[in-house]
Design a protein around this ligand. Structure first.
Ligand code: ADP
Length: 435
């Protein structure tokens, strides 16, 4: 650059010098210098015009040729342009590769703007979501996929979970929707076909429900005959009495498991209870307490109530009874004799809470996350001994899910446990005392 500048300065000085000499010769110095400087200016204007033409032509042509500062300017601009072109080509290559790989993905992928309008989608989105180009570009995704659950999910801004909706193209296809946020508040809408998973899940549910159902009748017959045999004063009873009692106990246990499996299948079937009403939880708790006393007879538990008598709950009574009694009966089962159990029902500023607090054997923290799995027992021998099916807390979890509630567990080994059902305030109902 310094070189070209000095060339340029020398060029100007040369022009001025030649103009002065020519001026001295013809005795018109000012005019000649003016002419010289004007021609220099004219030449610069011409170079500017060439530059403007080159820039306007999209820099497709080779840069104009010139010496001095103009040559340097053309050269630098040309280099900059070449570098930009290379960078652009590289970016376009990356974009093409990204689009090709996303297009090949079996999951429907849609790029959304911050406000939810569609920017781009892949082939799978065309097939699974029925998006059509160019008509759907710029449309809001929740206007095209009109499912309330999806609308709420998108509006919530909390995308940790997924939602399941049927495909708008084919109702039999189930889609699991996930939103991934990236870049400057952009969102990737990913829909995965989970039909096969749903089918397998349905097969599993049907299988468990059918087997349980089929086992019910023979079990009832067996229990009936065992009862009859045990009722009779016979020689058979003297000889086989002990075995018959064990058979009856085990048959009843099996019946209990079958009933709980059927209940679980039913709870898994739908997302929410078929029937909901205002449930008188205080009265429900009173009956559960009576049953708990009967269950723990001989253990002398101190079962106390701390109940808000005016607090009711909107939900399904038989499901709530099942969940609450499972928690209370567990407390009875896992609390040694003379221990105390508190059943608490109240509401605070955040939620309505049903808690069962016992001074029982407690659970070590590493088991907390698995307690609600089917057949998960901390100590299977002990659980079986006490007649547990291992399904109680799984039932509690399902019932709570269907009531938009959550189970909180606090426990310390050998000290006791506290199991709390946390219901949204919107489900709580305050009733002035009713007889
Ligand atoms: P179970 O029929 O075996 O009681 P649940 O699903 O009701 O099955 O409970 C799962 C496991 O959680 C139990 O086996 C037991 O180990 C533990 N558990 C549940 N409630 C209590 C409690 N109140 N105190 C101690 N352990 C408990």
């Amino acid at each position: 650059m310094t070189n070209s500048w000095s060339t340029e300065v020398w060029r100007l000085l040369g022009i001025v010098l030649v103009s002065v000499i020519a001026g001295l010769v013809v005795d018109q110095v000012t005019l000649c210098v003016l002419l010289g400087v004007s021609s220099y200016l004219g030449w610069n204007l011409w170079q500017l015009k060439k530059l403007e033409h080159w820039l306007r032509e999209g820099k497709k042509l080779n840069p104009p040729q010139a010496t001095g500062i103009w040559g340097e300017i053309y050269h630098q601009l040309y280099r900059l342009h070449q570098r930009n072109r290379k960078r652009k080509r590289k970016l376009a290559d990356i974009l093409t590769r990204f689009q090709e790989s996303t297009a090949a993905m079996p999951d429907a992928t849609v790029v959304l703007r911050e406000t939810g309008e569609i920017e781009w989608w892949n082939d799978a989105a065309t097939n699974l979501l029925g998006l059509r180009s160019p008509h759907d570009v710029g449309q809001r995704i929740d206007n095209l996929l009109r499912y309330p659950v999806l609308g709420q999910f998108l509006a919530s801004g909390d995308f940790h979970d997924r939602v399941e909706v049927p495909s708008p193209v084919d109702e039999r296809v189930m889609l699991s929707i996930q939103i991934i946020q990236y870049g400057n508040k952009q969102r990737l809408f990913v829909a995965r076909d989970t039909t096969r998973l749903h089918q397998l899940e349905q097969i599993r549910r049907d299988f468990v429900a059918n087997v349980s159902h089929e086992l019910r009748s023979p079990l009832t017959v067996m229990i009936g005959y065992l009862e009859t045999l045990l009722d009779r004063e016979s020689d058979c009873l003297k000889e086989w009495g002990g075995s018959l009692h064990v058979m009856q106990q085990q048959a009843l246990r099996m019946q209990h498991i079958v009933d709980e499996l059927l209940l679980l299948s039913h709870l898994e079937g739908d997302q929410k209870p078929a029937h909901e009403d205002d449930v008188a939880v205080p009265a429900l708790i009173a009956t559960i307490r009576q049953d708990a006393i009967a269950l723990g007879v001989g253990k002398n538990h101190n079962i106390s109530l701390e109940v808000d008598a005016s607090l009711w709950l909107c939900g399904n009574e038989s499901e709530l009874r099942s969940a609450f009694s499972n928690l209370v009966f567990n407390a009875v089962q896992y609390t040694p004799a003379k221990g105390s159990i508190v059943i608490r029902w109240h509401r605070d500023l955040e939620a309505a809470r049903f808690s069962v607090i016992d001074t029982g054997i407690g659970v070590a923290p590493q088991h907390f996350s698995r307690l609600t799995e089917r057949f998960y027992r901390v100590d299977s021998g002990r659980s079986r001994e006490s007649g547990g099916s291992g399904l109680g807390l799984a039932i509690v979890k399902h019932v709570l899910n269907r009531h938009q509630a959550q189970l909180q567990v606090e426990s310390e080994l050998d000290k006791g446990s506290s199991f709390t059902c946390v219901f949204p305030l919107s489900r709580s109902v305050v009733r002035v005392k009713e007889e």
